[in-house]
Ligand binder design. Structure first.
Ligand SMILES: [Cu+2]
Length: 452
Protein backbone atom coordinates (compact mmCIF):
# COMPACT_ATOMS: atom_id res chain seq x y z
CA UNK A 1 0.00 0.00 0.00
CA UNK A 2 2.61 2.49 1.15
CA UNK A 3 4.98 1.25 -1.50
CA UNK A 4 2.30 1.75 -4.13
CA UNK A 5 1.86 5.38 -3.02
CA UNK A 6 5.59 5.98 -3.16
CA UNK A 7 5.74 4.44 -6.61
CA UNK A 8 2.97 6.80 -7.66
CA UNK A 9 5.04 9.75 -6.40
CA UNK A 10 8.05 8.46 -8.26
CA UNK A 11 6.02 8.17 -11.43
CA UNK A 12 4.68 11.70 -10.98
CA UNK A 13 8.20 12.94 -10.37
CA UNK A 14 9.47 11.25 -13.52
CA UNK A 15 6.57 12.60 -15.53
CA UNK A 16 7.15 16.14 -14.28
CA UNK A 17 10.87 15.91 -14.95
CA UNK A 18 10.35 14.66 -18.48
CA UNK A 19 7.66 17.15 -19.48
CA UNK A 20 8.61 20.05 -17.25
CA UNK A 21 11.04 21.65 -19.70
CA UNK A 22 14.75 21.99 -19.24
CA UNK A 23 14.73 25.50 -17.78
CA UNK A 24 18.30 26.53 -18.58
CA UNK A 25 17.73 26.29 -22.32
CA UNK A 26 14.16 27.55 -22.26
CA UNK A 27 14.81 31.30 -22.40
CA UNK A 28 17.91 32.51 -24.10
CA UNK A 29 16.48 35.91 -25.01
CA UNK A 30 19.20 38.49 -24.54
CA UNK A 31 22.16 36.41 -23.53
CA UNK A 32 21.69 34.01 -26.40
CA UNK A 33 21.35 36.78 -29.00
CA UNK A 34 24.10 37.51 -31.51
CA UNK A 35 25.79 40.89 -31.65
CA UNK A 36 26.01 42.23 -35.21
CA UNK A 37 28.00 45.35 -36.05
CA UNK A 38 28.57 46.63 -39.59
CA UNK A 39 32.00 48.13 -40.21
CA UNK A 40 33.69 49.69 -43.19
CA UNK A 41 37.30 48.61 -42.90
CA UNK A 42 40.12 48.27 -45.41
CA UNK A 43 37.77 49.37 -48.17
CA UNK A 44 35.40 46.52 -47.38
CA UNK A 45 31.82 46.63 -46.19
CA UNK A 46 31.39 43.87 -43.64
CA UNK A 47 29.39 42.79 -40.61
CA UNK A 48 31.04 41.41 -37.49
CA UNK A 49 28.96 38.72 -35.81
CA UNK A 50 29.66 37.76 -32.20
CA UNK A 51 27.56 34.71 -31.44
CA UNK A 52 25.59 34.59 -28.20
CA UNK A 53 27.29 32.59 -25.49
CA UNK A 54 25.70 30.00 -23.26
CA UNK A 55 28.55 29.42 -20.87
CA UNK A 56 31.80 30.83 -19.54
CA UNK A 57 34.56 29.84 -19.52
CA UNK A 58 33.85 28.83 -23.07
CA UNK A 59 34.34 29.67 -26.71
CA UNK A 60 33.18 33.00 -28.09
CA UNK A 61 32.43 32.53 -31.79
CA UNK A 62 33.20 35.47 -34.06
CA UNK A 63 32.57 35.62 -37.80
CA UNK A 64 33.05 38.35 -40.40
CA UNK A 65 30.45 38.52 -43.17
CA UNK A 66 31.73 40.31 -46.27
CA UNK A 67 29.26 42.26 -48.39
CA UNK A 68 31.48 44.28 -50.69
CA UNK A 69 33.85 43.36 -52.06
CA UNK A 70 33.73 39.67 -51.10
CA UNK A 71 37.41 38.81 -51.26
CA UNK A 72 38.48 36.75 -48.24
CA UNK A 73 40.01 39.67 -46.35
CA UNK A 74 41.79 38.40 -43.21
CA UNK A 75 40.71 40.27 -40.08
CA UNK A 76 42.79 39.98 -36.91
CA UNK A 77 40.65 39.62 -33.79
CA UNK A 78 41.48 40.44 -30.21
CA UNK A 79 39.11 40.07 -27.27
CA UNK A 80 40.10 41.61 -23.96
CA UNK A 81 38.20 41.47 -20.69
CA UNK A 82 37.75 45.01 -19.41
CA UNK A 83 37.75 43.65 -15.87
CA UNK A 84 40.90 41.54 -15.65
CA UNK A 85 42.64 42.52 -18.91
CA UNK A 86 42.92 38.93 -20.05
CA UNK A 87 43.35 38.94 -23.82
CA UNK A 88 42.80 36.29 -26.47
CA UNK A 89 43.52 36.64 -30.16
CA UNK A 90 42.49 34.94 -33.37
CA UNK A 91 41.73 35.56 -37.00
CA UNK A 92 38.58 35.47 -39.07
CA UNK A 93 38.42 35.64 -42.84
CA UNK A 94 35.69 37.89 -44.19
CA UNK A 95 33.48 35.89 -46.53
CA UNK A 96 29.92 35.79 -47.75
CA UNK A 97 29.42 32.68 -45.63
CA UNK A 98 32.14 32.96 -43.00
CA UNK A 99 33.79 30.34 -40.85
CA UNK A 100 33.60 31.33 -37.21
CA UNK A 101 36.76 31.80 -35.19
CA UNK A 102 36.56 30.59 -31.60
CA UNK A 103 38.16 32.71 -28.91
CA UNK A 104 38.00 31.37 -25.39
CA UNK A 105 36.61 33.78 -22.83
CA UNK A 106 36.93 33.16 -19.12
CA UNK A 107 34.27 35.41 -17.70
CA UNK A 108 31.13 37.40 -18.35
CA UNK A 109 30.91 41.19 -18.28
CA UNK A 110 32.49 44.00 -20.29
CA UNK A 111 34.94 43.07 -23.03
CA UNK A 112 36.58 44.93 -25.88
CA UNK A 113 36.79 43.49 -29.39
CA UNK A 114 39.55 44.92 -31.57
CA UNK A 115 39.49 44.30 -35.33
CA UNK A 116 42.50 44.93 -37.54
CA UNK A 117 42.61 44.79 -41.32
CA UNK A 118 44.47 46.67 -44.00
CA UNK A 119 46.22 48.99 -41.56
CA UNK A 120 42.95 50.08 -39.96
CA UNK A 121 41.53 49.06 -36.61
CA UNK A 122 38.22 49.27 -34.81
CA UNK A 123 37.62 48.93 -31.08
CA UNK A 124 34.16 47.68 -30.17
CA UNK A 125 33.12 47.37 -26.52
CA UNK A 126 30.56 44.66 -25.80
CA UNK A 127 29.34 42.47 -22.96
CA UNK A 128 29.55 38.73 -22.63
CA UNK A 129 26.20 37.74 -21.16
CA UNK A 130 25.14 34.34 -19.91
CA UNK A 131 21.55 33.71 -18.89
CA UNK A 132 21.13 33.15 -15.19
CA UNK A 133 18.55 30.78 -13.77
CA UNK A 134 15.36 32.47 -12.61
CA UNK A 135 13.94 32.30 -9.12
CA UNK A 136 11.32 29.89 -10.40
CA UNK A 137 14.02 27.47 -11.49
CA UNK A 138 15.31 27.44 -7.94
CA UNK A 139 11.83 26.48 -6.75
CA UNK A 140 11.53 23.78 -9.41
CA UNK A 141 14.87 22.22 -8.69
CA UNK A 142 14.54 22.87 -4.96
CA UNK A 143 11.08 21.28 -4.88
CA UNK A 144 12.25 18.19 -6.72
CA UNK A 145 15.35 18.01 -4.57
CA UNK A 146 13.30 18.11 -1.36
CA UNK A 147 10.87 15.57 -2.79
CA UNK A 148 13.73 13.32 -3.83
CA UNK A 149 15.39 13.45 -0.42
CA UNK A 150 12.13 12.78 1.35
CA UNK A 151 11.26 9.94 -1.01
CA UNK A 152 14.54 8.22 -0.25
CA UNK A 153 13.94 8.89 3.43
CA UNK A 154 10.39 7.60 3.09
CA UNK A 155 11.54 4.38 1.47
CA UNK A 156 14.06 3.84 4.24
CA UNK A 157 11.60 4.55 7.06
CA UNK A 158 8.96 2.53 5.23
CA UNK A 159 11.37 -0.39 5.11
CA UNK A 160 11.75 -0.10 8.87
CA UNK A 161 7.97 -0.37 9.15
CA UNK A 162 7.28 2.75 11.14
CA UNK A 163 4.02 3.97 9.62
CA UNK A 164 3.78 7.37 11.40
CA UNK A 165 7.08 8.93 10.30
CA UNK A 166 6.79 7.34 6.85
CA UNK A 167 3.46 9.05 6.27
CA UNK A 168 4.91 12.41 7.36
CA UNK A 169 7.86 11.97 5.04
CA UNK A 170 5.54 11.03 2.17
CA UNK A 171 3.47 14.14 2.84
CA UNK A 172 6.67 16.23 2.76
CA UNK A 173 7.61 14.70 -0.57
CA UNK A 174 4.17 15.52 -1.92
CA UNK A 175 4.61 19.11 -0.76
CA UNK A 176 8.00 19.28 -2.53
CA UNK A 177 6.54 17.99 -5.78
CA UNK A 178 3.64 20.41 -5.43
CA UNK A 179 5.97 23.39 -5.01
CA UNK A 180 7.95 22.31 -8.06
CA UNK A 181 4.79 21.76 -10.10
CA UNK A 182 3.43 25.18 -9.08
CA UNK A 183 6.73 26.76 -10.05
CA UNK A 184 6.56 25.11 -13.48
CA UNK A 185 3.04 26.40 -13.98
CA UNK A 186 3.76 29.93 -12.83
CA UNK A 187 7.34 30.24 -14.06
CA UNK A 188 6.44 31.98 -17.34
CA UNK A 189 4.96 34.79 -15.26
CA UNK A 190 8.09 35.32 -13.19
CA UNK A 191 10.46 37.79 -14.88
CA UNK A 192 13.93 36.25 -15.24
CA UNK A 193 16.82 37.94 -13.50
CA UNK A 194 19.36 39.93 -15.54
CA UNK A 195 21.87 37.74 -17.36
CA UNK A 196 25.23 37.16 -15.76
CA UNK A 197 27.61 39.92 -16.95
CA UNK A 198 24.90 42.53 -17.58
CA UNK A 199 25.57 46.20 -16.93
CA UNK A 200 24.19 47.55 -13.68
CA UNK A 201 20.75 49.05 -14.28
CA UNK A 202 20.85 52.72 -15.22
CA UNK A 203 18.93 54.97 -12.89
CA UNK A 204 16.27 56.82 -14.81
CA UNK A 205 17.35 60.28 -15.89
CA UNK A 206 15.24 63.29 -15.20
CA UNK A 207 13.54 64.48 -18.35
CA UNK A 208 13.58 60.97 -19.86
CA UNK A 209 16.75 59.90 -21.57
CA UNK A 210 20.21 61.22 -22.27
CA UNK A 211 20.90 64.42 -24.16
CA UNK A 212 21.26 64.30 -27.90
CA UNK A 213 24.75 64.10 -29.27
CA UNK A 214 26.70 67.03 -30.62
CA UNK A 215 29.09 66.15 -33.39
CA UNK A 216 32.31 67.58 -34.73
CA UNK A 217 33.20 66.41 -38.21
CA UNK A 218 36.74 66.80 -39.45
CA UNK A 219 38.89 65.35 -42.18
CA UNK A 220 42.44 64.10 -42.01
CA UNK A 221 44.21 65.72 -43.80
CA UNK A 222 42.33 68.92 -43.05
CA UNK A 223 42.21 69.70 -46.78
CA UNK A 224 41.32 66.46 -48.56
CA UNK A 225 42.27 66.40 -52.21
CA UNK A 226 40.22 64.90 -55.03
CA UNK A 227 41.42 61.44 -55.98
CA UNK A 228 43.31 60.88 -52.73
CA UNK A 229 42.22 58.90 -49.73
CA UNK A 230 41.28 60.81 -46.60
CA UNK A 231 39.81 59.98 -43.21
CA UNK A 232 36.45 61.40 -42.22
CA UNK A 233 36.34 61.69 -38.45
CA UNK A 234 33.19 62.17 -36.38
CA UNK A 235 33.65 63.11 -32.73
CA UNK A 236 30.54 62.72 -30.61
CA UNK A 237 30.13 64.90 -27.54
CA UNK A 238 27.47 64.96 -24.84
CA UNK A 239 26.00 68.44 -24.96
CA UNK A 240 25.49 68.68 -21.22
CA UNK A 241 28.75 67.26 -19.90
CA UNK A 242 31.08 67.96 -22.82
CA UNK A 243 32.40 64.42 -22.50
CA UNK A 244 32.75 61.94 -25.37
CA UNK A 245 29.56 60.00 -26.09
CA UNK A 246 30.49 56.35 -25.84
CA UNK A 247 27.13 54.71 -25.30
CA UNK A 248 25.93 54.17 -28.86
CA UNK A 249 23.66 51.18 -29.25
CA UNK A 250 23.79 48.99 -32.32
CA UNK A 251 20.94 50.33 -34.40
CA UNK A 252 20.15 48.47 -37.61
CA UNK A 253 23.31 46.48 -36.96
CA UNK A 254 25.71 49.44 -36.76
CA UNK A 255 26.94 51.96 -34.21
CA UNK A 256 26.40 54.65 -36.84
CA UNK A 257 25.20 54.75 -40.42
CA UNK A 258 27.03 57.43 -42.34
CA UNK A 259 25.79 58.64 -45.71
CA UNK A 260 28.23 60.82 -47.61
CA UNK A 261 27.01 62.52 -50.78
CA UNK A 262 28.30 65.20 -53.08
CA UNK A 263 26.07 68.22 -53.36
CA UNK A 264 24.77 67.09 -56.74
CA UNK A 265 24.28 63.52 -55.52
CA UNK A 266 26.58 61.94 -58.11
CA UNK A 267 28.78 60.67 -55.28
CA UNK A 268 27.09 58.41 -52.74
CA UNK A 269 28.54 56.28 -49.96
CA UNK A 270 26.65 54.48 -47.19
CA UNK A 271 29.37 53.40 -44.78
CA UNK A 272 29.78 52.27 -41.17
CA UNK A 273 32.62 54.15 -39.54
CA UNK A 274 34.98 52.41 -37.18
CA UNK A 275 34.94 53.22 -33.51
CA UNK A 276 38.59 54.08 -32.95
CA UNK A 277 38.23 55.46 -29.42
CA UNK A 278 35.63 56.76 -26.96
CA UNK A 279 33.16 58.93 -28.88
CA UNK A 280 35.26 58.79 -32.05
CA UNK A 281 34.18 57.27 -35.37
CA UNK A 282 36.37 57.19 -38.47
CA UNK A 283 36.07 56.00 -42.03
CA UNK A 284 38.40 56.22 -45.02
CA UNK A 285 36.96 57.68 -48.18
CA UNK A 286 38.08 58.89 -51.57
CA UNK A 287 36.26 61.38 -53.75
CA UNK A 288 37.33 61.89 -57.32
CA UNK A 289 35.90 65.37 -57.71
CA UNK A 290 36.42 68.56 -55.79
CA UNK A 291 33.44 70.24 -54.22
CA UNK A 292 31.22 70.34 -51.19
CA UNK A 293 30.22 67.03 -49.63
CA UNK A 294 27.48 66.30 -47.10
CA UNK A 295 27.79 63.81 -44.26
CA UNK A 296 24.63 62.54 -42.56
CA UNK A 297 25.04 60.20 -39.59
CA UNK A 298 22.21 58.11 -38.11
CA UNK A 299 22.88 56.85 -34.64
CA UNK A 300 21.21 56.05 -31.35
CA UNK A 301 22.37 56.61 -27.80
CA UNK A 302 21.42 54.21 -25.08
CA UNK A 303 18.33 55.36 -23.23
CA UNK A 304 17.74 58.02 -25.86
CA UNK A 305 16.10 58.19 -29.27
CA UNK A 306 17.66 57.79 -32.66
CA UNK A 307 19.01 60.95 -34.19
CA UNK A 308 20.35 62.31 -37.44
CA UNK A 309 23.46 64.48 -37.51
CA UNK A 310 24.43 66.54 -40.53
CA UNK A 311 27.70 68.20 -41.48
CA UNK A 312 29.61 69.14 -44.59
CA UNK A 313 33.20 69.29 -45.74
CA UNK A 314 35.09 70.31 -48.85
CA UNK A 315 37.22 68.23 -51.16
CA UNK A 316 39.82 70.31 -52.88
CA UNK A 317 41.22 70.28 -56.35
CA UNK A 318 44.47 68.44 -56.82
CA UNK A 319 47.38 70.24 -58.44
CA UNK A 320 46.94 68.25 -61.64
CA UNK A 321 43.24 69.10 -61.83
CA UNK A 322 43.94 72.79 -61.27
CA UNK A 323 46.28 72.81 -64.25
CA UNK A 324 43.82 70.89 -66.43
CA UNK A 325 40.95 73.16 -65.49
CA UNK A 326 42.95 76.33 -65.97
CA UNK A 327 40.82 78.88 -67.80
CA UNK A 328 37.97 76.43 -68.44
CA UNK A 329 35.70 77.52 -65.63
CA UNK A 330 35.27 76.13 -62.18
CA UNK A 331 32.41 73.66 -62.44
CA UNK A 332 34.09 70.28 -62.32
CA UNK A 333 30.93 68.75 -60.91
CA UNK A 334 28.83 69.27 -63.99
CA UNK A 335 28.01 66.53 -66.41
CA UNK A 336 27.98 62.78 -66.43
CA UNK A 337 27.38 60.49 -63.52
CA UNK A 338 30.21 59.69 -61.18
CA UNK A 339 32.34 56.73 -62.12
CA UNK A 340 33.65 56.52 -58.55
CA UNK A 341 30.18 55.47 -57.44
CA UNK A 342 31.06 51.89 -58.15
CA UNK A 343 34.00 51.21 -55.90
CA UNK A 344 31.97 50.84 -52.75
CA UNK A 345 28.24 50.77 -52.31
CA UNK A 346 28.17 52.14 -55.80
CA UNK A 347 25.93 51.70 -58.78
CA UNK A 348 27.76 48.82 -60.42
CA UNK A 349 25.69 46.08 -61.93
CA UNK A 350 22.19 47.42 -61.46
CA UNK A 351 21.22 45.49 -64.54
CA UNK A 352 19.25 48.45 -65.84
CA UNK A 353 16.45 47.95 -63.30
CA UNK A 354 14.92 51.27 -62.34
CA UNK A 355 12.64 51.82 -59.36
CA UNK A 356 9.02 52.52 -60.22
CA UNK A 357 7.45 55.29 -58.15
CA UNK A 358 3.66 55.27 -57.59
CA UNK A 359 2.19 57.78 -58.09
CA UNK A 360 4.78 58.90 -60.63
CA UNK A 361 4.74 62.36 -59.05
CA UNK A 362 4.21 61.74 -55.33
CA UNK A 363 2.33 64.27 -53.24
CA UNK A 364 4.09 65.82 -50.27
CA UNK A 365 3.03 64.27 -46.99
CA UNK A 366 1.28 61.29 -48.59
CA UNK A 367 2.74 57.80 -48.86
CA UNK A 368 4.22 56.79 -52.18
CA UNK A 369 5.46 53.34 -53.10
CA UNK A 370 8.80 52.65 -54.68
CA UNK A 371 9.22 49.21 -56.20
CA UNK A 372 11.90 47.41 -58.12
CA UNK A 373 13.22 43.94 -58.84
CA UNK A 374 16.67 43.03 -57.65
CA UNK A 375 18.95 41.46 -60.22
CA UNK A 376 19.38 38.31 -58.13
CA UNK A 377 18.41 36.69 -54.84
CA UNK A 378 18.74 39.30 -52.10
CA UNK A 379 20.55 38.59 -48.89
CA UNK A 380 19.79 40.60 -45.78
CA UNK A 381 22.13 43.49 -45.13
CA UNK A 382 21.90 45.51 -41.91
CA UNK A 383 19.01 43.26 -40.95
CA UNK A 384 16.87 44.25 -43.94
CA UNK A 385 16.24 43.08 -47.49
CA UNK A 386 16.53 46.59 -48.88
CA UNK A 387 17.27 50.18 -47.99
CA UNK A 388 15.88 53.38 -49.47
CA UNK A 389 17.76 56.59 -48.77
CA UNK A 390 16.26 59.92 -49.84
CA UNK A 391 17.90 63.34 -49.80
CA UNK A 392 16.57 66.70 -50.84
CA UNK A 393 18.57 68.90 -53.18
CA UNK A 394 20.23 71.08 -50.58
CA UNK A 395 20.88 68.25 -48.12
CA UNK A 396 18.74 69.65 -45.31
CA UNK A 397 16.61 66.48 -45.36
CA UNK A 398 17.73 62.86 -45.33
CA UNK A 399 15.28 60.00 -44.97
CA UNK A 400 15.94 56.27 -44.69
CA UNK A 401 13.36 53.47 -44.81
CA UNK A 402 13.57 49.72 -45.20
CA UNK A 403 12.11 46.91 -47.23
CA UNK A 404 10.79 44.42 -44.73
CA UNK A 405 10.05 41.71 -47.28
CA UNK A 406 11.16 38.13 -47.20
CA UNK A 407 14.87 37.47 -47.72
CA UNK A 408 15.60 35.62 -50.91
CA UNK A 409 12.78 37.32 -52.79
CA UNK A 410 13.76 39.67 -55.62
CA UNK A 411 10.92 42.13 -55.27
CA UNK A 412 11.79 45.21 -53.25
CA UNK A 413 8.96 47.47 -52.14
CA UNK A 414 9.21 50.62 -50.05
CA UNK A 415 6.68 53.08 -48.74
CA UNK A 416 7.88 56.63 -48.27
CA UNK A 417 6.20 59.96 -47.56
CA UNK A 418 8.19 62.86 -48.95
CA UNK A 419 8.07 65.78 -46.51
CA UNK A 420 7.63 68.68 -48.95
CA UNK A 421 7.38 69.45 -52.63
CA UNK A 422 10.54 69.60 -54.66
CA UNK A 423 13.16 67.48 -56.29
CA UNK A 424 14.73 64.59 -54.39
CA UNK A 425 17.75 62.38 -54.88
CA UNK A 426 17.14 58.75 -53.93
CA UNK A 427 19.08 55.51 -53.75
CA UNK A 428 17.86 51.94 -53.35
CA UNK A 429 20.43 49.58 -51.86
CA UNK A 430 20.38 45.82 -51.50
CA UNK A 431 22.92 43.04 -51.16
CA UNK A 432 23.46 40.19 -53.59
CA UNK A 433 25.65 37.17 -52.89
CA UNK A 434 28.80 39.01 -53.95
CA UNK A 435 28.13 42.74 -53.74
CA UNK A 436 25.98 45.62 -52.61
CA UNK A 437 23.93 47.15 -55.40
CA UNK A 438 23.10 50.86 -55.29
CA UNK A 439 20.50 52.23 -57.68
CA UNK A 440 20.32 56.03 -57.88
CA UNK A 441 17.21 57.80 -59.14
CA UNK A 442 15.40 61.09 -58.72
CA UNK A 443 11.84 61.89 -57.68
CA UNK A 444 9.80 65.06 -58.27
CA UNK A 445 7.27 65.70 -55.52
CA UNK A 446 4.26 67.99 -55.88
CA UNK A 447 2.64 70.17 -53.26
CA UNK A 448 -0.63 68.84 -51.77
CA UNK A 449 -2.67 71.74 -53.25
CA UNK A 450 -1.52 70.70 -56.75
CA UNK A 451 -2.77 67.17 -56.24
CA UNK A 452 -6.12 66.28 -57.75
CU1 LIG B 1 24.06 51.80 -42.62
Amino acid sequence: MRVARLLAFAALLAALLSTGASPAAAHNVSAGADLRIAQTIAGTELTVVVKGTTRVPGPLRIGIIAYQPVTGLPVALEVRSAEDGRTVTGEAVAAADPRYAELRVERTGPHVLTLRAGGESAVVPFRVLVERGSGAELLIYGGFFVAGVLLVGGLLTGALARPGPAMAVAAGAAAGVTVAAMAIVFEPMVPPGPPDGAAPPVTALAGGGRPYVQERVATEPARPVAGEEFTLRVDLVDGSTGRPVDDLTAHHEALAHLVVTSEDGSYFRHVHPLRTGPGRLEVRLRADRPGRYLAHAELEREDSGGQLLAASFDVHRSGAQSAADDGTGSDANAGKSDSTGSDMGGGAGTGGAVPVVTPAVPVAGRPATIEMDATGPVRPWLGMAGHLIVRDRDGAFLGHVHEMGSPGSRRLRFTFSFPAEGSYLAWVQYALADRIVTVPFTVEVSAPENAR
